[in-house]
Design a protein around this ligand. Structure first.
Ligand code: UDP
Ligand code: MG
Length: 331
């Protein structure tokens, strides 16, 4: 591992109204991290709590110099809280976990050890999940769906307990409820993934922040992730294909109707097929136009921000800073 002035391990924990869990959380984290014998920081992200979480966080922070408190201005959601943590983490290894003690901090050393076998990301797998059926059932289907759709094969996408290399995490941009798609989003960078079974516990104190509504949001996020992974740099291929299919079918129908009208001299004005043909043709046209528009957007996104459409792992012989993003060619 490369030497770094910062701590070797940054643990990031999002907290929204978890005041009753904080003491135990800190104690369990400390007894898991201290024996690892390396520098660490615990980044506790207060996601706009209203139950006194912040006061207890500040008390922890004044007691333990390894605790950093990141206070968000309001409740932005778990994904945003993780993102904030990523941006401010100083370690070479970043560990994420829930703060309600459902994840067991004692698993952290095993995850980190696995990471250092040469993986970029190690995901926890709650093999025996201690949640009510109303949570496990949608998760069961969601996990299979995400696995199929993204091609990133994991058993448990919802597990927050993960260990990742900082250089991977720092390049992640997350939106919506996408923390569960971190492995999928990162797969675009060509990361190597491992999965480790972890201990899971029922929530003893505080209440769950999610209900069934999450299932729908996860599904919608899956569409986004899938689309961006497959067509993020070539949207016209997606919209164009759909557009050509629909528009082609519409065109064929209209051609047929024209033939009927012109050569068989039959009225077509009242035929439902006419409506269908016209609609398909128009829809196809719109799809193709949206595809072209999206191509312009992709160029604006990548070129205005100097974001390449690839990620370099290494350049040989090593340049000064091989992990910097390459400059755009001069125009
Ligand atoms: N959380 C958060 N912001 C939110 C919702 C949740 O930071 O808007 C945190 C919460 O405090 C906990 C973690 O995310 O540490 C997981 O939340 P929860 O336990 O409610 O999810 P569940 O285990 O029920 O899926
Ligand atoms: Mg929980």
């Amino acid at each position: 591992m490369k030497a770094s002035p910062g701590p070797a391990v940054s643990v990031i924990i999002p907290l929204y109204n978890e005041c009753e869990n904080l003491e135990d959380l800190h104690r369990e984290l400390t007894s898991a991290l201290e024996p690892m014998g390396r520098p660490y920081e615990i980044i506790l992200v207060d996601d706009g709590s209203t139950d006194g979480t912040l006061d207890r966080l500040l008390a922890l922070e004044s007691r333990d110099p390894r605790v950093r408190v990141l206070r968000l201005r309001r409740n932005f959601g778990q994904t945003a809280a993780f993102s904030a943590g990523f941006d401010h983490a100083r370690g070479d290894v970043v560990v994420t976990s829930d703060g309600d003690l459902q994840n067991d901090p004692a698993d952290i050393p095993r995850l980190v050890a696995k990471l250092e076998e040469g993986y970029d990301m190690v995901c926890g797998w709650r093999r025996e999940r201690k949640d009510p059926l109303s949570k496990r059932l949608p998760s069961f289907f969601a996990n299979r769906l995400i696995s199929r759709a993204t091609g990133v094969r994991l058993h448990d996408y919802g597990c927050s307990l993960k260990a990742m290399r900082a250089e991977v995490v720092k390049n992640l941009r997350l939106y919506g409820e996408m923390h569960r798609f971190i492995p999928a989003v990162a797969s675009w960078m060509g990361v190597t993934l491992a999965e480790v079974p972890v201990h899971h516990r029922p929530r003893m104190r505080g209440r769950s922040k999610y209900g069934l509504g999450r299932t729908v949001r996860v599904l919608l996020d899956l569409f986004t992730v899938k689309f961006l992974l497959a067509y993020g740099t070539r949207p016209a291929h997606f919209f164009g294909l759909v557009g050509l299919g629909l528009g082609g079918a519409g065109f064929a129908i209209l051609l047929y109707l024209s033939y009927v009208k012109l050569f068989e001299d039959t009225a077509i004005g009242g035929r439902p097929l006419l409506l269908l043909g016209a609609l398909l043709f128009l829809t196809g046209l719109i799809f193709v136009s949206v595809g072209l528009m999206a191509e312009v957007l992709v160029r604006i996104y990548h070129e205005s921000q100097g974001k390449p459409i690839y990620v370099v792992k290494e350049i040989r012989p090593a340049a000064a800073e091989p992990d910097r993003e390459p400059a755009l060619p001069h125009r």
